[in-house]
Design a protein around this ligand. Structure first.
Ligand code: CP
Length: 309
């Protein structure tokens, strides 16, 4: 059982907890593959999805996960809520608590926002991405996809290439994968590498070839134009030429390597169209893993709430 009210980041989640989430998610995925979408562990519970930023994959998969578990699900888009009238996050949290919500699933542009919500809310808070900080369920679904392919995360060589500075996915993957015994390599333009990421355990590489050499997993990251000022690289064309993953670069990786990307992808920038659609690409499998992982996390957090009633 996860012994926590909230899932805010992988920085403070243990290897044992990750293992447990992935084991339950594997079971959930088996049920889904068999067409079994009614697993009523959250029957009678309410989950509110509160997104202050755009999303396709994360929002829909949290909604599907909660509904497959039997919960009542409410969706709030920031633009249509009282946030647009000036209500604070703390007051929003208290309001949603007063409505007896069991879970608040939040995406927010400010790093740390879910931590603030979790402090004031009685409901369990799930971080669905907070600014440039963390995106824990994305890293968990990535790890599930890798573990399914290779059987274990221990000793895997994972090359992450792209806009690491603005990426909450890169940070959550670094925290999670290191705890599970994987090697995490990173390659990006100097301007897109956050200070201190090597001290957090990343192996910084000075070329695409070095990053991909013998890699088991090749993960591209989206260039987050919405979070950066101009000047981090000369042009998207040049970025694609020097940092994009194309067929030639893949030849350096392990012959059994898989290709991953959290999405959304800028087709032809981080990955060429051919690499996205390559037989080794697991991008669609990652999306499927996302539902199972979110079901697992909701179930385990709910088990803890029930145990502590
Ligand atoms: N990977 C991810 O977070 O995608 P969305 O922005 O579509 O949710």
């Amino acid at each position: 059982m996860l012994k926590r009210k909230d899932l805010l980041g992988l920085i403070d989640v243990t290897a044992e907890e990750i293992q447990e989430i992935l084991d339950v998610a594997t079971d959930m995925k088996r049920h889904l593959r068999e067409g079994d979408k009614q697993l009523p562990y959250l029957q009678g519970k309410t989950a509110t999805i509160l997104f202050y930023e755009n999303s396709t994959r994360t929002r829909t998969s949290f909604e599907l996960a909660a509904k497959y578990l039997g919960a009542t699900v409410i969706n709030i888009a920031a633009g249509t809520s009282s946030v647009a009238k000036g209500e604070t996050l703390v007051d929003t949290g208290k309001t949603l608590d007063a409505q007896l919500n069991d879970f608040l699933i939040m995406r927010h542009p400010m790093g740390g926002a879910p931590y603030l919500l979790a402090k004031v809310a009685k409901a369990g808070v799930l971080n669905a991405g907070d600014g440039m900080n963390e995106h824990p369920t994305q890293a968990l679904l990535d790890m599930l996809t890798m573990r399914e392919t290779f059987g274990s995360l221990e000793g895997l060589k994972v090359a992450i290439v792209g806009d690491i500075k603005h990426s909450r996915v890169a940070k959550s993957n670094l925290f999670g994968l290191k705890k599970m015994g994987a090697e995490v390599r990173m390659f990006a333009p100097q301007t897109l590498i956050p200070k201190g990421i090597d001290q957090m355990g990343a192996k910084l590489c000075s070329s695409k070839e070095e990053a991909l050499d013998g890699a088991d997993v090749v993960m591209g990251l989206r260039i987050q134009l919405e979070r950066q000022q101009a000047g981090n690289f000369p042009s998207l064309n040049e970025y694609a030429q020097f940092y994009g993953i194309e067929g030639k670069a893949l030849a350096y990786a392990n012959p059994n390597a898989i290709i991953m990307h959290p999405g959304p992808v800028n087709r032809g920038v981080e990955l060429t169209g051919k690499v996205i659609d390559h037989e080794k690409s697991r991008i669609e499998e990652q999306v499927f893993s996302g539902i199972a992982v979110r079901m697992a996390v909701l179930k385990l957090l709910n088990d803890y709430r029930e145990y502590n009633k």
